[in-house]
Design a protein around this ligand. Structure first.
Ligand SMILES: [Cu+2]
Length: 172
């Protein structure tokens, strides 16, 4: 990961108006978010991947926006991958059985359909180690506690597991 390149990219699109915002507000807004993208925690429609070089820690620098999305089975999400360093990969073990895995890289816009009810967990291959994960809940699956128990068994980093647990806790 080239942190300096990410910072330069962000600075080019920076705006003076953002300078007065508190650090927390900047993290929430993310200076790299493209204006017009939804910032709702559970909005259906699209998911972006953000790099915020001003974040206080690596865990807050790289994230999906939103991290948690609630949709209906059969719906499609627009996955924006305009920041070239990010990937969107389904997490084996936190993915409905029989549904094809997802692996998106260097694709500015990919559409992913969630065919059946279930919990669909994703990570960024590069920044998963910093907790860059997201969760899509299609319909009203009933295996949440089973999946939370499985997180410990997965071959993932500590921060990644902690972020996944937090997302499942938040999810319906
Ligand atoms: Cu990433």
């Amino acid at each position: 990961m080239d942190m300096n390149a990410a910072k330069r990219e962000c600075e080019r699109t920076d705006h003076g108006a953002l300078k007065g915002l508190s650090v927390m507000a900047m993290i929430l807004y993310s200076v790299c978010a493209t204006p017009g993208h939804s910032q709702e925690a559970t909005s259906a429609g699209q998911v972006d991947q953000i790099t915020n070089p001003r974040a206080a820690s690596a865990q807050k620098m790289f994230f999906f926006e939103p991290k948690l999305t609630l949709i209906a089975p059969g719906e499609t999400l627009n996955i924006l991958n305009s920041r070239g360093e990010h990937t969107v990969d389904s997490i084996d073990g936190l993915w409905p059985k029989g549904v094809e895995p997802v692996a998106i890289a260097s694709d500015p816009q990919a559409r992913v359909t969630f065919p059946i009810q279930g919990y669909y967990a994703f990570r960024c291959r590069r920044h998963g180690q910093y907790g860059m994960v997201m969760l899509v809940v299609a319909g009203q699956p009933d295996n949440k506690h089973e999946l939370i128990a499985q997180i410990e068994e997965l071959a993932l980093g500590k921060r990644e597991k902690a972020s996944l647990r937090a997302l499942f806790d938040q999810a319906p």
